[in-house]
Design a protein. Structure first.
Ligand code: HEM
Length: 75
């Protein structure tokens, strides 16, 4: 998992958003390192509206950072 995040620069906002999702997922992986437990917990959050809203908020926070790092893709 070394250097899994070589850069915050992305070509497009869409790619930046994908990176934001990756950051969020990486935190889960680093926090709960047992894949079997993650698999078990997945259906819980997948079917819970509040969990999904929480997921959205985490990704939004990462996306704000990535957007700033990319100068909001303004060229
Ligand atoms: C699947 C995002 C939290 C376990 C996914 C997928 C996304 C995602 C986008 C679908 C991937 C695909 O089908 O291509 C996130 C985000 C999270 C989060 C942004 C938090 C902010 C969690 C948590 C767990 C978890 C808390 C369990 C502890 C899983 C598992 C899958 C999954 C096991 C299925 C992986 C697979 O089928 O390949 N997640 N997730 N995720 N997530 Fe999460």
């Amino acid at each position: 998992m070394d250097n899994w995040l070589p850069t915050l620069q992305t070509e497009t906002p869409s790619e930046g958003y994908d990176l934001a999702v990756k950051l969020a997922r990486m935190t889960i992986k680093k926090t709960q390192t047992d894949a079997a437990i993650r698999d078990r917990l997945r259906p819980d959050y997948a079917e819970n509206a509040d969990s999904l809203i929480a997921v959205s908020a985490v990704v939004a926070t990462h996306f704000a950072t990535i957007s700033a790092a990319n100068g909001y893709w303004a060229r």
